[in-house]
Every structure is written in structure tokens, then in C-alpha cells.
Design a protein around this ligand. Sequence first.
Ligand code: UT7
Length: 327
Amino acid sequence: MYASLKSIASYIPPTCISNTDFEKVLETSDEWITKRTGIKTRYFAQSHQQTSDLAYEAGKLAMERANVKPQDIDAVIVATLSPDYLTMPNTACITAFKLGIENKPAFDISAACSGFIYLLCLAKSFIESGTFRQILIIGAEKLSSVLDFSDRSTCVLFGDGAGACVIGSTEDKNAAILDVHLGANGRYQDFLCTPRTHTSFGQEIEIARSCVQMKGNEIFKLAVKTLVADVDEILKANALQPQDVSFFIPHQANLRIINAVGENLNFSKEQIIISVQKYGNTSAASIPMAMNDLYMQKQLKYGDLMLLDAFGGGLTWGSALVYFGGK
Ligand code: UT7
């Protein structure tokens, strides 16, 4: 019995912000953003929408596409760095409740932009060990709630959105989550982080500011190196060549990173899936959102082999080889 990705769905929030919109409020330009990142637009949630609302929309569609009812889901796991609440309740609890899934385990994981790969690893283990029969995994971010909109070096890079999958089981190895590799190193914790105010006994409480801070240049170099090494490792471990993969779906942070990694690994243009120009960097949601675009363009068929690769705050990273097991 193998774990299998049965459906893919995403939710894109309604407000489209172009680079030109940023030109009006910041010292930046469409030319700079396009040249350095490839990003042209990103979507932001409305103020009343929380991360769980975005997760709910993607999760609901993923369940419909997998033809499963709320009572058929044994657990809900959400990856996010922009939860509804600071520490509790977790966003998965709220999302599950909104979806009509009650009295089932629901928890969040924190692995920043690698969150979706970490979700796949967990789901694969839970299904293959027999702990759960069907799991809803969701990468969801309202990054606009943790951005400093006066910091041009970060705020133009990110967007909001959610991507969800139902993970079930199969006896067909060609519809399985074949392999997942994960890594992390806290040595680089300050390269990409959201600092918070810590309270302590006897001190006055300050209003906490916890916006994304990034050492872009340092992250860039490490990202290319790590993503290339990651892909190389998982392909070798499974005796596969780049040409054996139907689609290479990397984390969508920067077009220059994606192109550098793609060229280094000799993937063809047709194999590399790019959506960063539309959505910006949506962290844990970026890979499932790109995967859903592929699905909506009717390019993704049962048995197609996807190679997923992510890198982000922590630092964390991960890669996965996944046969599409949906219809
Ligand atoms: O998702 C997790 C992983 N994250 C990543 O992988 C992100 C990796 N990093 C990057 O994508 C790039 O480093 C950035 C896009 C963030 C920055 O690109 P860069 O080519 O590394 O630019 P830089 O940080 O070296 O900045 C170059 C110049 C600076 O000006 P000076 O010091 O040369 O005068 C910045 O102040 O560009 C300036 N700058 C901007 N100018 C116009 C920074 N942000 C902007 C902006 N508009 N929005």
C-alpha cells in the first residue's frame, strides 16, 4: 500500500496588486522587480479573510475533486508561517471546523517555504503506517499580514494564497508518493525570519511587530546550491534522470533562482513549471498553487511524475518525487 496524491486544488484571493501599484507607494519600479525576481503581480487577501479562510477554499475544492466527504478525512494538517493566531489555536483546527471536519486530529507545521514538502513526508508516513486512511494537507499563507509595507526589499516579493491535496492510498506504484527528502539547518536562522517581542515578568508589554526580514543575497546563493544538490540527491536515490520526470515544480521565490536551478540540472523549458510571475512568493502555498495551474491547464494526468523542490526560512529544504494519482 502506497500513499497517493488524489487531488490538487488552490485558492487565489481576490485583490491583484501589480508592480505598478507598488510604484505609487514605494521607491521601486516595475523594471527592478521584473528584472530581479520575474514577479509581475501578486494577490492579497481581503482584510476580513484569514489564512484559515484561504485554506478552507482550497481544502473544500481538493475534497470535491477527490470526491471525499468531510467524514472521510482522518486528519487535517496545515503548513503556514502566517497563522490566524500567534501560537494557538492552530490554523488547521479552524480550517477543519470550517470544512465540517470535527473531532479529528488537526495541527500546523512550521517549515516556511518548504512546508508543503514537509506535509507530503508526514502524509506519506501516516498513510503507509496505517495511522490514517485519508488526510487533507494544505499550504496556506496570508503573507500580507506579516509584511512591512515600508520595506521595499521584502514587501514586493510575497503574495497570499492556498493549495491543498487529499492524500489517500493506492496499490499502484505509478500513482504513489515515491520518495521525500527533507533537510534543515538552524545556523542560518536570521537569513529569513519574523522576529517577535518576548514578554517577561516585571516588564511592560510592548506591541509586538513581527514582519518578515530577509538577507536576500545570502539566501539567493544558498537557495540555488541547496535546490540543485537536493534534486541531484533524490534523483540518484531513485535511479532516475531529469528526463524521466514529467514536471519539475520548484518553490516559486524568484525566476532567476528557478532558471539557474533548471539550467544546472538540464531540465527542458517544457518540464519547468513557473507561476512566480503571477503569484509572487506564496511560501508554503507556492508549490501546490503551481501544481494546480498545471492541473487546470489539463496538462497533469494520472501517473505523471512530478519532482518538487523547496527551500526557505529555518533554513529548511526538501524535495519529493510524486506520481499524480488523481483524475
Ligand atoms: O522563499 C524563501 C527563499 N527566498 C529566496 O530565495 C529569496 C532570495 N533572494 C532574492 O530573490 C533576491 O536576493 C532579491 C530579489 C530579494 C533581491 O535581489 P538582489 O539582486 O539580491 O538585490 P540586492 O538585495 O542586492 O539589492 C540591490 C539593490 C540595492 O540597492 P543598492 O544598495 O545597490 O543601492 C537595494 O536597496 O536594489 C535595491 N532594492 C530595490 N530597488 C528597487 C531592493 N529592493 C528594491 C526594490 N525596488 N523593491
